[in-house]
Design a protein. Structure first.
Length: 215
């Protein structure tokens, strides 16, 4: 089994006890952190979700896989932070939309954005409309980012945007959205400027958006 396959299997089986050693050995075999995250950890989570949807895996399995992914990220996170030249790029306020408790993808986006030198204010999960508004007032971010994994609660996005508009805070900020079911088309429907399918491209898009804003 290749190193990547071993990482993939560990997430699929929820093997949180051994995953750190498996990830370390992949790193020692010169597998890039990006491949470990995208082809190993994240790809396995997609299969976990598919198996949950077809009834092959149950809620406790999904929780164990989530725990394995989070445990693996404890090894990867410090390495990612060291891998980029840090200079203060701007401020991002991010949170998972109201009603949604998923945070693994959001946390990965935060890690990558911090690696690019952004100051990131994490509002957590199931974030109320007003909490975003208060955070925008307090931190004056360049980017306000929504993460959403459930199609049902992504329907709350227009309410999030309405609250920001009604507070008179929409101008001057770049809105961003992402999460497995989110598409560019979805972002366009609500006039959201930035969408990215994964954490590495999200970080690149954040850098581009802030440069465009300053130009
Ligand atoms: C792990 C998981 C859970 C864990 C969450 C643990 C946690 N702390 O996050 C637990 C077990 C708690 C859970 C609960 C539920 N889940 Co769940 N879950 C998943 C699973 C398997 C993986 C999600 C994940 O972490 N993926 C890995 C990360 C790295 O990927 P990601 O989140 O997509 O993020 C990447 C990109 O999307 C992007 N990104 C993410 N956010 C952002 C933000 C911005 C701004 C940008 C630019 C990019 C970006 O970058 C990230 C990194 O590359 C998915 C399956 C799937 N295919 O998504 C189901 C899934 C999302 N869950 C699902 C469901 C139904 C539920 C429950 C309702 C189950 C239930 N019956 O109770 C509950 C919901 C509870 C709630 N109110 O939120 C469904 C949703 C169906 C739908 N269409 O809405 C899915 C798709 C499974 C399925 N196929 O049925 N879940």
């Amino acid at each position: 089994m290749s190193s990547i396959e071993a990482v993939y299997e560990a997430v699929l089986k929820g093997n949180y006890k051994e995953i750190q050693d498996i990830v370390k050995s992949a790193i020692n075999n010169n597998i890039s952190l990006e491949d470990i995250i995208n082809k190993g950890l994240s790809a396995a989570m997609v299969e976990v979700g598919d198996k949950f949807a077809t009834g092959e895996l149950y809620m406790p399995d999904m929780l164990l896989s989530a725990k394995a992914m989070k445990t693996a990220m404890e090894v990867i996170k410090p390495l990612l932070k060291g891998s980029e030249h840090i200079s203060e790029k701007g401020t991002i306020v991010i949170g998972t939309v109201k009603g949604d408790l998923h945070d693994i993808g959001k946390n990965l986006v935060i890690t990558m954005a911090e690696g690019q030198g952004f100051k990131v204010i994490d509002l957590g999960i199931d974030v109320d409309y007003q909490k975003f508004v208060d955070a925008i007032r307090q931190y004056k971010p360049d980017i306000v980012a929504f993460s959403g994994l459930l199609t049902t609660t992504l329907a709350n996005i227009p309410n999030h945007i309405k609250a920001i508009e009604e507070a008179g805070l929409r101008r001057g900020i770049v809105l961003a959205v992402g999460g497995a079911p989110v598409t560019r088309h979805f972002a366009d429907m609500y006039g959201i400027e930035l969408y990215a399918p994964d954490a590495s491209s999200a970080a690149k898009e954040f850098v581009a958006a802030v440069s465009a804003k300053k130009a």
